[in-house]
Each structure stands twice: as C-alpha cells, then as structure tokens.
Design a protein around this ligand. Structure first.
Ligand code: NAD
Length: 498
C-alpha cells in the first residue's frame, strides 16, 4: 500500500534546523486516530556529540551575558509562548491524546516555570557577611555549570521540558534537550519560539532518539549535569550512569500515589478530587491517584458515587473541536499493556466495579482508547497493585482506620504524592507527618507542586539530591564560589586621610 510521506521532525544544533535523512526513524502517532503524523529521526552518538559541542562553544559567551539580559530573553519567551498558547496546546493534544483543556494545563504549568525563571537576577543572588573577622568580608556568588542535558518523558510534552531548560538557561548554562521520541513536536515548537525570543545560536539544542542518543549524552565528557524525568528503572539507570561519569544528576522516576478518604470528608468534593486524580490525563500522570483507600463504613456511599461518575466519563478523540472528558492512551502497545494488567488482576480474583475495556469510539475506530476502569479486591501481590499502571484504572482498597490507611500508602516503594480527604485537622496533620511521600495533598487530589516549590519525589520516585523546580533547581544548575577578602595595603594616591 502506498504510504503518504509524513514530515521528518528536525534537530536543532548550533542554531540550524537539521532534517537528517540517513537516520532510522520512529513513528509519532496521533493517539486519537492511530495515524502516523510524523517520523522522528533517532540520533546516534555523532549527533549527540555535535549538539554537545555546539552547546559547549556557546557557553563562554552566554555565561558572560549579564543575568538581567538573560532574563530579558525569558520575558520575551514568556510573551511568545502566551501568544501561541492555543496553537501549542493543540499540538500537545494531537501528538499526546490528552484533552485540549488538559493540554492547556500542561502548557500553563510550564509557562509558570518560565515566569519563575524571569526572576533570575533575584534567584541567583549570593550571600554576604561583612566583617566576618576583623577587616575580613565573605561572600558567595553562583556560577553556571556548563552544558546541561534534559531527557524527558511522553506524558507532559510541554511542562516537563519547561521544568528544565528555562532555569538552566537563565542561570547561564547551555542546554541539549532530548525530548520523548513519542511527543517531539511540542518540544520543537517550544524550541522555535526560544530562537525567536533571541537566544544566541548553540545555547539551546534539540536532538531526538532513544537509548543510544541518551547514552551518548550521559557519558559525554563535556556534559556537566543531567536532568531526567521518566520511569523508575530508567531513572535509576540514568542516575547511576551519569553520576559515575562525573555529572550532577536529578532523575525523577515513576509512582503509585494513594488517596485516603476519611469518613468525615465532603462527598461531592472527594468524588471530584478522586475522579480527577485517577482519570485526569487518562491516568498517564506521575501524580495520578491510582489507589483510593477508604476508611470506615461510609465507603459504600462513596463507591456508588465514584462508580457512577466513572461510568459517565465520555471518552473520545481530542484532535477536533468537540472535546470528551478523557482522551486516548499514548500508543496501542501501552493500551494493550494496561489491558493486560487489568486482565491479570481479574483472573487472580480482583473485582471489576466499572469495566472500561470494551469502550468504542465510533468516529475514531483506530484510536488507542481505554475506558475508565474501577477495580476492588486487588491483592498486594498482584501486578495491578505493584506496578505503575499509567492508565485510567482506579484501585479501591477498604480499611477500618487511619492507621491502616497510612500503612497501605507506606508499603509502596515509590514516594511521589499522597492525599487525604477529610474535615479533621488532626487526621490531616497525622497523615502529613507520617506518610512516606514528598508531596502531600489535603483535600487536593493531585498535589503536584508549582514552579516556585521543588517537585519533591521521595524513595523510588527520585534519584539525586536536588529536585526539579524552585530554589533547588537554581542550586542544581549553579555552583557556588565563596570569596573571603582582606585588604592589607592602602590604595594608591592620597585618598586616605592619614
Ligand atoms: P520512559 O522512562 O520510557 O522514557 C523517558 C525518557 O527516557 C525518554 O526520553 C526515552 O527516550 C528515554 N529512554 C527510554 N528508555 C531508555 C533507556 N533504556 N536508556 C536511556 N534512555 C531511555 O518514560 P515514559 O514512558 O516516556 O514516561 C512515563 C514515565 O515517566 C512514568 O513512569 C511516569 O511516572 C514518569 N514520570 C515521572 C514524573 C516525575 O516527576 N516523577 C513526571 C512525569 C512522568
């Protein structure tokens, strides 16, 4: 059958947009229809090396550019992203499958990081103590590291690259971005606007690809720091490999997040919060509340409402004007993996309260759809309980008291987020203190932190020391110099009164 040629996604190296035709490619899908919409060239070591060398060549000039001027470019970038906001959100929906409203949210969270980075002159300020000893002053100044690298996952095509490069660039580093090969089009559009904002050539570079391109970046002698977001096995590998090659590393991994519902919670707000946590972005979120833990016997009432809300969710294509409540999963292979997890759970005794497996979307039969699914009686040893599902599947666990609910949340190897719905300050405080996770929600289903706070995963959800976002990110992308000064001789001339 004759294949319609699809556009080749470009690299950006040293200010040039390159479309390498000699490389193997990987398909980029529109998950709403299953169509291939672009081909992404898979970079090898030579392409990674060219991008790193361009970034290294641009580093001295960029590092010497006053921070106020670097921030001005970020202000221009902010305006350009806002101006093209709807267009970028449509690109996200088309290549990722999430709804237009979710795509706007994805980009908006990223825009907030750009806004935060516009405050760089204040963020990089050092400390000083005058007369720390007699006649001696002491000060710290922050310096950029050099070439930094960002490797990002598919699930937030705009927000996650934007977690990284605005702060890395504004603090004086140069950057190579390797976005997910499944959603490269958003990253390319964000890069085009950065060029338009006036960034000098070579300061920001983009290559695409899988393991070979990542390995070349992790081991490249000129790379100073690596920011990674993705699944736990790869995050662990990135941390080990890059740190053993002398890089500073921050690597966010996967998660399983628990939402505890106390008997005194507001039912309507709880159902709304749990539905958003479990089924927002079709569950493809590292902060997805994929396990709800009910406390006490009011659970029945809540479960009825939850099941009804899950059944009423409209699933459909997100690449047209009419928008559903939930879009498709990223690929057919991923949808089949989630289906497999549900099926293995059911065959080992889990009960399906809401079954989304046979959902049909008549106007898009080729889309990678899965309906909202709610399961009970999932045993701790089942894959459905252990693995990060990353799909629209809510696992319901019933407990008798808060103690048991906290124990449920704390048996997880991960530690991204955990939430409690309650009207009791005492219960909320107890939960906040004792739950073994880095981001806590009280009557908030998805407690993802905003730009000025660290994205603070714990345990197997994070490998490294300094988190992404907020002041920790500024510290990650800079190194400090402490200068201690004593002037011994007096100045030349007669400015001093004897
Ligand atoms: P992934 O780990 O498959 O891929 C992430 C990146 O790593 C991609 O750029 C990919 O090309 C690269 N990669 C994949 N395999 C590699 C290998 N063997 N060696 C080197 N590089 C490799 O993740 P994904 O499927 O794109 O994204 C979903 C995952 O990301 C989920 O586990 C989710 O929880 C996680 N995530 C975590 C956070 C967080 O902040 N903790 C945020 C978003 C997503």
């Amino acid at each position: 059958m004759l294949q319609t040629p699809v556009p080749l996604v470009p690299f950006l190296i040293d200010g040039e947009w390159l479309r390498p035709t000699h490389l193997a490619t990987s398909p980029v899908y529109n998950p709403s229809t299953g169509e291939v919409i672009a081909a992404v060239p898979l970079a090898g070591a030579a392409d990674a090396d060219a991008a790193v060398r361009a970034a290294q060549a641009a580093f001295p000039g960029w590092a010497e550019t006053p921070v106020i001027d670097r921030a001005r470019i970020m202000f221009r970038y902010r305006s350009l992203v806002e101006e093209h906001f709807d267009e970028i959100a449509r690109i996200i929906s088309r290549e990722h499958g999430k709804t237009y409203a979710e795509s706007r949210g994805d980009l908006f969270r990223g825009l907030e990081v750009i806004e935060y980075s516009c405050g760089a002159p204040t963020l990089v300020m050092g400390d000083a103590i005058g007369n720390i000893a007699r006649g001696v002053d002491c000060e710290t100044l922050r310096y950029p590291l050099g070439v930094c690298v960002g490797i990002t996952p598919f699930n937030f095509p705009a927000m996650i690259p934007l977690w990284m490069f605005p702060l890395a660039l504004v603090t004086g580093n140069t950057f190579v971005l390797k976005p997910s090969e499944r959603v490269p089009l958003t990253a390319v559009r964000l890069a085009e606007l950065l060029v338009e904002a006036g960034l000098p050539k070579g300061v920001f570079n983009v290559i695409h690809g899988g393991k070979p391109s990542v390995d070349a970046l992790l081991t490249h002698p000129l790379v100073k720091a690596v920011s990674f977001v993705g699944s736990t096995p790869i995050a662990r590998y990135i941390h080990l490999t890059a740190s053993s090659h002398g890089k500073r590393v921050q690597a966010n991994g996967g998660a399983r997040n628990y939402v505890v519902v106390m008997p005194d919670s507001d039912v309507a707000k709880t159902v709304e919060g749990v539905m958003n946590a479990a089924f927002g972005c079709a569950g493809e979120r590292c902060m997805a509340g994929s396990s709800v833990v009910t406390v006490g016997n009011r659970a029945k009432h809540l479960m009825g409402e939850l099941a009804a809300a899950a059944r009423s969710l409209k699933v459909g294509r997100t690449d047209t004007e009419a928008q559903p409540d939930m879009g498709a999963l990223i690929t057919g292979a991923h949808r089949d993996r989630v289906l497999g997890l549900i099926e293995s759970g059911v065959s080992s005794g889990a009960t399906l309260m809401v079954d989304g497996r046979s959902i049909k979307v008549p106007d898009a039969p080729g889309g990678f759809f899965l309906g909202a699914t709610v399961v009970e009686d999932v045993q701790p040893e089942m894959a459905l309980a252990q693995e990060e599902v990353f799909g629209p599947v809510l696992n319901v666990i019933h407990t008798s008291d808060l103690e048991a609910a906290i124990a449920q949340a704390n048996q997880s190897a991960y530690g991204n987020g955990a939430s409690i719905f309650t009207s009791s300050g005492k219960a909320a405080r107890e939960f906040k203190h004792r739950v073994n996770a880095g981001m806590i929600g009280v009557n908030i289903g998805v407690p993802a932190s905003l730009a000025m706070f660290p994205f603070s995963g714990w345990n197997d959800s994070f490998f490294g020391d300094l988190h992404i976002q907020g002041r920790e990110a500024v510290w990650f992308y800079t190194k400090q110099k402490v200068t201690t000064t004593r002037w011994i001789a007096e100045g030349v001339g007669d400015v001093w009164r004897k």
